[in-house]
Design a protein around this ligand. Structure first.
Ligand SMILES: [Zn+2]
Ligand SMILES: [Zn+2]
Length: 303
C-alpha cells in the first residue's frame, strides 16, 4: 500500500501546501480521501493516477470538498465511462449532489453518492473499509483500510522433504486442509503452514479534535494520518474549532499503539517544515513526522 499526500494545508491553500486530499494505492486500486480545491492538479503533479473509482469525504467543509466539481469535469473531458462513487456522512446526497451539479453539463458517466455512518464496515475484496467517527463541527467521519488476515507462510522445502509433490495439494494444505497421500500418510496444515499473518491497517482522520473513537479506530495501525492543525501555542483555538494540536495527535498515536504517525492539515501560520509541530509530536511519539505535499509513504507488511 502506498499513500500520497496531495494536500496538507488546513482551511486555505498556501504557496507550499494545497488543501486536504490523500490518495491511497493498494494493489493497483486507487482510493481518494477528501478532495480540496485543486486536488486534480495535485494528482497530475505527483503522478498519483486518475483512475479513481471511489472518493471518501470526511465532512463537507470547503477545504475538503471544493475539488470535486473540477475533478468530475476533467474526468468527463477525458471520456470516462466508468461510474464514480462518492461517499460522505449524513447529508452527502444533498451536499455532494450540489457540488457534482456545479457548472457542468451532466457527465456521461454515472456519479453515485452514498451516505455512511460511523460503525459502517464495507467489505471490499481483501480488506474492509471501516468508517469511524471524528469529533469536529457537525457530522464528520474518519476512515480505516483494514486488510483481512492472510494465510500463514507455506514451507515449500519441507513439503518437498515430506514427499508431497508440488501442485494442487500444496494449495489445499496452504488453505488449511489435511490431505491424504497415496502411501496412506495424512499431512495436516500445521506441519507446513505458519500462523496467520495480520493485514495492514491505515487510518485517516480528516478534521478532528483528539477523541477516543479515533484511538480505537487506529488501534495497532501501521500508519495513522492524523490532523494537527495547530501547535500547543494555539491549543485554545484548537478546542474552539474542533481541531487537534500536534502533541494531542501524538498522544492518540501512542495510546493506539500505531507504528507510524504522519501529521497533516497544518495551519497556514506554520512554515513549510513546521519544526515546532514536529518537535511537539516527537516529544510524545518518536515515529512522527509532518507531511508535505507530494510525500509518499509506503506501508509494508510488518514481518
Ligand atoms: Zn479542514
Ligand atoms: Zn473541517
Amino acid at each position: 500500500m502506498q499513500v500520497t499526500f496531495l494536500g496538507t494545508s488546513a482551511a486555505v491553500p498556501t504557496v507550499d501546501r494545497n488543501v486536504a486530499a490523500l490518495m491511497l494505492q493498494r494493489d493497483g486500486e486507487l482510493l481518494l480521501f477528501d478532495c480540496g480545491e485543486g486536488t486534480q492538479r495535485q494528482m497530475m503533479r505527483y503522478a498519483s493516477g486518475f483512475a479513481v473509482d471511489d472518493v471518501f469525504i470526511t465532512h463537507f467543509h470547503a477545504d475538503h470538498t471544493l475539488g470535486i466539481p473540477g475533478l468530475l469535469r476533467t474526468m468527463g473531458l477525458q471520456g470516462r465511462t466508468a461510474p464514480l462513487r462518492l461517499y460522505g456522512p449524513r447529508g452527502a446526497q444533498r451536499q455532494i449532489g450540489a457540488l457534482t451539479a456545479l457548472g457542468m453539463e451532466r457527465p456521461k458517466f454515472a456519479v453515485e453518492v452514498f451516505e455512511l455512518r460511523a460503525g459502517d464496515v464495507m467489505p471490499r475484496g481483501e480488506y474492509d473499509l471501516v468508517v469511524g467517527e471524528a469529533q469536529h463541527k457537525g457530522d464528520c467521519l474518519a476512515y480505516a483500510i483494514a486488510e483481512r488476515e492472510r494465510l500463514g507462510r507455506f514451507d515449500p522445502a519441507r513439503a518437498v522433504a515430506l514427499g508431497i509433490p508440488e501442485g494442487p495439494l500444496w494449495g489445499r494444505i496452504h488453505k488449511g486442509e489435511s490431505v491424504s497421500l497415496d502411501d496412506g500418510r495424512v499431512v495436516s496444515p500445521q506441519e507446513l503452514v505458519g500462523p496467520p499473518r495480520t493485514g495492514r491497517r491505515v487510518v485517516y482522520t480528516g478534521d478532528t479534535a483528539p477523541c477516543s473513537a479515533i484511538t480505537e479506530l487506529a488501534r495497532g495501525a501501521d500508519l495513522l494520518v492524523h490532523e494537527a492543525t495547530f501547535g500547543e501555542d494555539e491549543r485554545e483555538r484548537a478546542r474552539e474549532t474542533g481541531h487537534s494540536t500536534a502533541r494531542e495527535a501524538a498522544i492518540v498515536a501512542r495510546e493506539a499503539g500505531v507504528k507510524r504517525l504522519v501529521l497533516t492539515h497544518v495551519s497556514a501560520r506554520y512554515t513549510r517544515e513546521a519544526p515546532e509541530l514536529l518537535a511537539e509530536a516527537r516529544e510524545i511519539f518518536a515515529a512522527a513526522e509532518v507531511a508535505r505535499d507530494g510525500l509518499v509513504v509506503d506501508v509494508l507488511f510488518g514481518e
